[in-house]
Every structure is written in C-alpha cells, then in structure tokens.
Design a protein around this ligand. Structure first.
Ligand code: LLP
Length: 445
C-alpha cells in the first residue's frame, strides 16, 4: 500500500496518486492509464485505493481529534456500492449506510459486520425490513407506516431491532434542488412537529429499541454553517426524548460535504467539516446539560468522489461552421448521468499527451442517441485525434451507482489501482449480460 497523503482528497480534482509519467501519460496508483485501457478495454472506471483509504482515515482521525465522545463514520454506499468498495471501507473501520435490500445484500456478501450497517430509505418494503431485522442491522425509520410495520415485524420475529428516527431538521443549504433534503418540504423523514408523538409511541412499546436520531440536509455542500446549525437542532430532539423516558445515545448528522469537480469548486477539507460538526454537537450538549452522544456521520461523495476517474477513447467529431467543435467519446450519459441530470461540470485531460498545450475549445459529446448527452461543454484541451485517451476526473460518486444501459450499452469495467498493481473490481458487461433477463415468449419464436 502506497504511503498516506495529508491532502484532503475531496479538495483535489484528481486522485492523490495521479501524476504524469515519463511517457507523458497520466499515471494513477502507479499504473499507466493508457496501458490500463489496453488491458481492460475502454471506457474504464479507475479507482485509486490510496485516495479512498486516505479519505476514510482522515474522517476517522479527525473525529478522534476533535470530538470528545465516541464516534463512528459510516460510508453512504449509494455513492458507489459493490463488493470491493464495501470491503475496503469496512477494513478502514467504517460502517456502511445502505438504502435498499440490494445494497444491504452486497454489504453482507462483502463480509461487513451487520452491527455496523444502517438501513435507510423512505419507502422500505416489508421484505427489506424483515431482512434488516434478521441481519441485526440498525434501521433508520422514515415515517409512521414504517414505524408501525417495523414494530409489528419485530414482535412477530421475536427480535428487538435497534432503530433511529429520521427527522427533517428544517435547514436549507445551497446545492442543486434535487439533492437538498433538510428543508421542511422534503419527502424524507418525520416532520419536526411529529417528534413528540413519535417519542410517545416509542415509549409505549417494547418491540423496537430506539437508540437515536438522524438528519441529512443535502449533498455537495460547500458551506459549513448548515452543519454548524444542525447540531443544536438535533440535540433539542434528545432533550424531548428524555421527557418520554427514552435514553437516546446516538446522533447521526448525515453526510453532504462537497468535492472539487473543477477549479472553481472550493469545498472545506474533511478535517474542517468534522471539526465544525463536532464543535456544534459538543456546544449544544453543554448548553442543554446532556452527555455527549455517539456521533455518527455518513459521507459518501467526499469519501469516493475524487478517488476515481473515467477513461474514454476519443472517436469522431465534427465542427459546425461558425459553431462548436464536437469530439465524441465511447461513453457518456449511461456511465455518467450527472451532467444531463444536474448540469454538473467536469474537467478533462488527454491522458496520452499530458503536457501538450491546450489550444482548442471543444465540446465532449457522448455516444448516446440524445442531444443532451454532452459530458463537457466548451473545454480548452490540446488537439485530439481518434484513438486518444480522454480522462474525466472526480467520477467516483454517483456515476457507477446511477449508470444505466441506455441504448443497450454494456456497463463499464472498474479497476482498483495501487502501487503499480491493478485489480478488476467490476467486470465489463457483455451483450449476453444485456439479454440475461429478457424472455422471448413461445408465441414469438
Ligand atoms: N445520508 C443520506 C441519508 C443521504 O441521502 C445521502 C445522499 C448521504 C448520506 C451521502 O451524502 P454525500 O456525503 O454523498 O453528499 N445523485 C446525486 C447525489 C444524491 C445524494 C443522495 N443522498 C448526485 O449525483 O449528485
């Protein structure tokens, strides 16, 4: 394992180990990106183990330094859930936030201790709840129906699962409206006006063991103030729980720290974020005269976002007279749906000519049958020709996890790189994989 780097990975656009090698090629984790594509095919997700482990360690160490109580970092695996990633973060001592039976199944199959798994979701099915109760993971209850279903299931299974309550804190933050979750008009969690009646319900039953409360205010957040405010709001809920004889011990402040996708992005470091939430919770506890709870945080993007790049091969293109020059790549919105969904901005580089001068403005188009399938508009890059390798950084979070098979394009392979060694962690889909679930009824044969 390569040595650790003190830089906060979420503030770097490229993985921590990225450099230009003597062939003028981009190298990540000691592996030449051009050679990786020759070996594993194109396009390819390339995940840097040092960046991912480094981010896990920075979160863990910062809580140890800045929070005087117990703490636990859990990885929001919706950012990228697969066996290898679950295994890596678990080996760093992190728990895992899962949001469906499928994510739970993957984490269990990766060997993660169920005691450190937290099941989220605003409409968990009965079978998902039953699965979680049977595994012994913690369930974050989102609404009344779920509270009652979980209580009935626990009783009939003769178990007493640990639960937390998700409550909407009424805190707004500046991020894309699709990824804001803390404002009152949100589909997630109990409204704060319901807190007393939920605690009253819990105090009258024995099937569920309520250990704490949860809130998540949104994602890709650059300000510290909303998280600073969150501590005080949540500690008030602890106080109210006490009135109902409930002894809450865990406080989960969610995730949300942003990352740098381009040079104009300026997120706080992991340490600054941890220090802010820690101070806010400690100050609120002091003000309310309460003991420090176990402080849980659940970052996703800031753990894995900048640890990964996507490498593509450049194909054809066109120059519109008096218009744009389009350069096309062999992927697009099916492996990175974020530009078309959130108008997200990305950088790019030509991985086989790293020091060539950027002397043209081009638009990088994907290969899907959709005009909006544009990865990057108007970026300054060196002259490219077909066969050149284009690398788009900061594609670790919510890219593979939101990838689709639009136009029946197989999903990409992913390799984990470290110290000059590459290991496949996701196989490239084949055409056979694409029709695996198809059925041709007899009458059509
Ligand atoms: N906890 C909860 C309850 C969440 O809903 C989320 C993200 C997280 C933690 C992790 O947040 P993070 O640290 O990654 O910001 N697909 C969107 C992002 C959706 C975020 C969903 N929830 C995107 O590509 O930007």
């Amino acid at each position: 394992m390569a040595t650790l780097d003190k830089r906060s990975p979420n503030q770097q656009i490229l993985p921590l180990t990225a450099k230009t090698n003597s062939n003028d090629h981009l190298e990540i984790g000691g592996c030449d990106v051009v050679e990786l594509l020759q070996q594993y095919g194109s396009p390819l997700y390339i995940l840097d183990e040092v960046s991912l482990r480094g981010a896990c360690q920075q979160y863990r160490d910062a809580f140890k330094t800045h929070y005087q109580g117990e703490s636990q970092v859990i990885y929001a695996s919706k950012a990228w859930n697969c066996l290898a990633i679950c295994a890596i973060v678990a080996s760093e001592g992190l728990g895992i936030d899962v949001v469906s039976g499928g994510e739970l199944f993957t984490a269990i199959k990766a060997g993660v201790n169920p005691e450190l798994l937290y099941l989220h979701g605003n409409n968990k099915s009965e079978s998902e709840l039953e699965y979680a109760i049977a595994c012994g993971c913690i369930i974050i209850i989102d609404n009344w129906l779920e509270l009652k279903t979980a209580s009935n299931l626990a009783e009939s299974l003769g178990k007493c699962p640990r639960i937390m309550l998700r409550i909407t804190p009424g805190i707004e933050c500046h991020t894309h409206e699709y990824i804001q979750t803390g404002h009152l008009d949100s589909k997630f969690g109990f409204d704060p006006t319901e807190v007393e009646s939920v605690f009253a319900f819990l105090s009258n039953q024995t099937a569920l063991n309520c250990i704490g409360v949860h809130a998540h205010i949104g994602s890709q957040i650059f300000e510290l103030q909303p998280h600073q405010d969150l501590g005080a709001v949540m500690i008030k809920w602890f106080k109210i729980a006490g009135k109902y004889g409930l002894n809450l011990t865990e406080l989960n402040i969610g995730g949300g720290l942003g990352i740098s996708y381009t040079e104009s992005d300026d997120p706080p470091s992991i340490t600054e974020w941890v220090k802010t939430v820690s101070n806010s919770v400690m100050a609120a506890c002091e003000a309310e005269g309460l003991p420090l709870p176990k402080l849980i945080s659940e970052p996703g993007r800031s753990l894995i976002g900048t640890a990964c790049v996507t490498a593509y091969t450049i194909g054809g293109g066109k120059t519109v007279p008096q218009g744009r020059t389009y350069v096309t790549i062999d992927g697009g919105m099916s492996d990175n749906p974020r530009p078309i969904t959130y108008q997200s901005q990305y950088l790019a580089m030509v991985a086989n000519h790293m020091s060539a001068e950027a002397d043209q403005v081009i638009t990088i188009a994907g290969k899907h049958c959709e005009s909006g399938d544009i990865l990057i508009k108007d970026i300054k890059l060196p002259k490219t020709t077909a066969g050149d390798i284009l690398v788009v950084p900061a594609t670790g979070a919510y890219n593979y996890s939101m990838a689709s098979n639009y136009n029946r394009i197989p999903k990409l392979a992913a390799v984990l790189v470290d110290s000059g060694e590459a290991n496949l962690i996701l196989k490239r889909e084949t055409y056979e994989d694409l029709i695996r679930q198809d059925i041709l009824p007899h009458k059509l044969r």
